[in-house]
Design a protein around this ligand. Structure first.
Ligand code: AMP
Length: 421
């Protein structure tokens, strides 16, 4: 236990951190391009926020939350997603007071207790955006385009954008009734989860992963046939804006998404080669959530992308960049007398913004050269007792293998000229 991380978690080690930084930089660049500003909320929130925000009948709330009582006897929960927390911060800091439409993004880890498998973890990372304050269908289109452009910028293709409208509190009760009618005589055959969903939230039956439930829900009525005029009009406008922008989508009337707060537009981006966990991004409108959390009625929309799945997809398409963490200089010091001047040299190099490191384990010349190679050092500066006595160093070019002896006081300027050239 002491040497194994908890199930469903992953360490990101130095050899892969470059890939994460690359993906995160792409996130920041695209959000900057679209005018979305970063927000960072705490890793944990009051449990109540998620119960209210995500919905008590969802899998996330029923089965997947990491909830604990702290020493002050408060019930807290590690965030399973970041929309509810963003809404909480939006209300707490009255972000609506200065800006009519707040466009925000986040990157961070989320926590869900679920059965781990490829592409599904208990701690995972999401990048997400939220636009709060408008019902304009253009923002739906903008958000979807941002998600698609993010994935395409990374080089991913063969993506499928599934689009639906899940209606609003005006039209959903009609659909709910139609669904209950449809499932009434199949109730006994549904899985136990779906039987309890039947009364509480029958739309979620369409989302069930159980094969028999999937079969039973074939031929179920489509929500898009029950939408009210406002939702129909909104959906038509979103589709037309996406078409105009050249974004391909497939209508999927069964796409209901797992979280209760969605209204109107719902979408998912799938990357089929990922297999069972093919959804890389998902989101939609949540026009009732801000009011549910205690604010005045405010329409909003957002999505989240699973970064582990994005990295898996990039790996599958051989799109992961080689990220070099090469050092400019490695200082090799041999013997006790060389240690101090070597350390001084290291400091002088760094003072000039030259990336430099040295061995701190008193190893042999061979071992230190090996370490320099591993650090992908462009140059090696060597000094032993003789060099210290002569106030010089040996400078080795690691590409050409040429080496020369030069005065210690000249080496920093010479390397600066070489490296910063
Ligand atoms: P959701 O917040 O459930 O709408 O999920 C949005 C995206 O987050 C999904 O499309 C996945 O890419 C990712 N995601 C959700 N749950 C997990 C998980 N347990 N492990 C890894 N990625 C996840």
């Amino acid at each position: 236990m002491l040497t194994t991380g908890p199930r469903g978690t992953k360490d990101i080690l130095p050899d892969t951190i470059g890939q994460w930084l690359y993906v995160e930089k792409t996130v920041r660049d695209i959000c900057d391009l679209y005018g979305y500003k970063e927000i960072r909320t705490p890793i944990f929130e009051h449990t109540e926020l998620f119960l209210r925000g995500i919905g008590e009948t969802t899998d996330v709330v029923e089965k997947e939350m990491y909830t604990f009582i702290d020493r002050g006897k408060r019930s807290l929960t590690l965030r399973p997603e970041n929309t509810a927390a963003t809404v909480r911060a939006y209300l707490e800091h009255k972000l609506y007071a200065d800006i009519a439409v707040n466009k925000l993004f986040y990157i961070g880890s989320m926590f869900r207790y679920d059965r781990p498998q490829a592409g599904r973890y208990r701690e995972f990372h999401q990048f997400g955006v939220e636009a709060l304050g408008t019902l304009n269908p253009a923002i739906d289109a903008e958000i979807i385009m941002l998600a698609v452009q993010f994935l395409k910028t990374l080089g991913l293709n063969d993506l499928k954008l599934a689009l639906n409208s899940v209606g609003c509190p005006n039209c959903r009760p009609v659909y709910r009734e139609r669904l209950q009618e449809f499932f009434r005589d199949k109730l006994e055959e549904l899985c136990s989860d779906c039987r309890s969903r039947y009364d509480r939230n029958p739309m979620r039956i369409l989302d069930c992963k159980n094969e028999h439930c999937k079969e039973l829900s074939m031929g179920a009525p489509n929500i898009t046939d029950c939408l009210c005029d406002e939702c129909t009009d909104h959906f038509e406008q979103v589709k037309s804006l996406l078409t105009e922008a050249g974004i391909e989508f497939e209508l999927d009337p069964r796409l209901v998404r797992g979280l209760d707060y969605y209204t109107k537009t719902a979408f998912e981006i799938q990357y089929a080669p990922l297999g069972a966990q093919s959804a890389v991004a998902g989101g939609g409108r949540y026009d009732g959530l801000i009011e549910e959390c205690g604010g005045s009625p405010t329409p909003a929309i957002g999505f989240a992308v699973g970064l582990e799945r994005v990295l898996l997809a990039l790996e599958k398409q051989a799109l992961l960049p080689e990220v070099s963490q090469a050092m400019d200089v490695f200082v090799v010091a041999l013997g006790a007398t060389a240690q101090k001047p070597a350390f001084k040299l290291l400091c002088d190099l760094r003072a000039k913004s030259i990336k430099a490191s040295m061995d701190f384990a008193g190893r042999s010349l061979k071992a230190q050269m090996k370490q320099a190679n591993k650090a992908m050092a462009r140059y090696v500066v060597m000094l032993g007792e003789n060099e210290v006595n002569d106030s010089c160093v040996i400078l080795k070019d690691m590409i050409t293998s040429d080496q020369e002896k030069i005065a210690i006081k000249e080496v920093v300027n010479k390397l600066y000229a070489e490296v910063k050239d």
